[in-house]
Design a protein around this ligand. Structure first.
Ligand code: KMH
Ligand code: ZN
Length: 273
C-alpha cells in the first residue's frame, strides 16, 4: 500500500474559539497549529484564512502573511489553499489566494445544503471556472466531493475536457446537508472513482476517526483537523490539531501503514511542483 498522506485542516471558516480555544485566527496561531500538525506527521495543511477576530477572509494578502508564517515553521509542508472560503462568498472572492500560485488548492465539485439556511453554492459553471483558473496557474487540485453526485459531475467534466488528470478526490462526509460517513457510504464513493485516481477522506464530527480507519485500511488517505472535528474523543476537546494528527498516526501504526513525508506525498499524488 502507498504511504499514508495526512492532511490537517487546521482552521476552517466556520469553527470558532468559543467551540475550541485551539482554533487559530492570527498568523502566529496558524503557524503554531500547522507546526504541531506537521510535527506529528501531516504533510498537507488545508488552509482557510481568518482576520485576527476570527472573521473568515479570502484576502490574498492575508493568505500571503499566514502562508509565510507557516513556511517559516514547516518549510517543506504542502499548503492547500481553500477556494471554498465561507458560505456566501462569490467566485472571484473565493479565488483571490490563487494569485499567490500555491502548490495546491481545493476545487469544490457541487452544491449542497450546509445547515440551517446556508447553501454552499458550486454550480456547474462555477466548477468549470475554478477548474480553468487552477489549470492555467498549474495549481494542483483536490476535488472536494460531499456526495456521489459530485463525483459524477467531476467524471462528466473530465470527459468534456474541463478537468484534467491526475485526479485526487477528497470525500468530505457528514456535513449537515451532505452525505453521511458510514462504511457503506465510504465503500460506495471509493468504488465510484477511476482506478488510477487517489482519494482522501474528511469525516465531519463523529465520522472523523471511523472514516480515517477505513481509509487507512483500504489504501486511501486521511484528513483530520479542527475544521472538521473539535473533539479528540467523545465529549473531550482536542488540545490541538497536532493531537488529532497524532491519533491518526497511531491508528496507521496499528494497521502497518507508514506515513508519507511532504516529498513522498507529492510523488504519490503526481504533483508537478
Ligand atoms: N467552508 C465551507 C463552506 C473548501 O475548503 O474548499 C467550504 C469548504 C470547502 O471548507
Ligand atoms: Zn475547507
Amino acid at each position: 500500500m502507498q504511504k499514508l498522506i495526512i492532511t490537517c485542516a487546521i482552521s476552517g471558516a466556520e469553527v470558532t474559539k468559543a467551540q475550541n480555544p485551539a482554533v487559530p485566527y492570527t498568523a502566529l496561531e496558524m503557524a503554531e497549529q500547522a507546526y504541531l500538525a506537521y510535527h506529528q506527521g501531516a504533510s498537507i495543511i488545508h488552509l482557510h484564512a481568518r482576520e485576527d477576530d476570527g472573521t473568515p477572509t479570502q484576502s490574498a494578502e492575508r493568505f500571503r502573511i499566514i502562508m509565510e508564517a507557516i513556511k517559516k515553521r514547516c518549510p517543506d509542508v504542502i499548503i492547500q489553499v481553500s477556494t471554498g472560503g465561507a458560505v456566501g462568498m462569490s467566485r472571484d472572492e473565493r479565488l483571490q489566494p490563487i494569485v499567490l500560485n500555491p502548490q495546491m488548492a481545493t476545487l469544490d465539485c457541487g452544491t449542497l445544503n450546509f445547515g440551517g439556511d446556508d447553501i454552499f453554492i458550486n454550480t456547474e459553471n462555477d466548477i468549470i471556472y475554478f477548474a480553468h483558473v487552477l489549470q492555467e496557474r498549474a495549481v494542483f487540485k483536490e476535488l472536494e466531493c460531499f456526495e456521489k453526485g459530485h463525483i459524477d459531475s467531476v467524471l462528466r467534466l473530465v470527459k468534456k475536457g474541463h478537468i484534467h488528470a491526475p485526479l485526487h478526490f477528497s470525500f468530505v462526509l457528514g456535513v449537515n446537508g451532505g452525505m453521511s460517513g458510514e462504511e457503506r457510504d465510504f465503500m460506495f464513493l471509493k468504488d465510484s472513482i477511476p482506478s488510477d485516481a487517489t482519494y482522501s477522506v474528511a469525516g465531519i464530527g463523529k465520522y472523523e476517526f471511523s472514516l480515517a480507519k477505513l481509509a487507512i485500511e483500504h489504501g486511501g488517505h486521511v484528513r483530520v483537523g479542527l475544521e472538521d472535528n473539535i473533539f479528540i474523543e467523545k465529549g473531550v476537546l482536542a488540545a490541538s490539531n497536532g493531537e488529532l494528527v497524532k491519533k491518526v498516526v497511531t491508528m496507521a501504526k496499528v494497521a502497518n501503514r507508514e506515513i508519507a513525508s511532504p516529498a513522498e506525498a507529492r510523488q504519490i499524488l503526481r504533483m508537478e511542483k
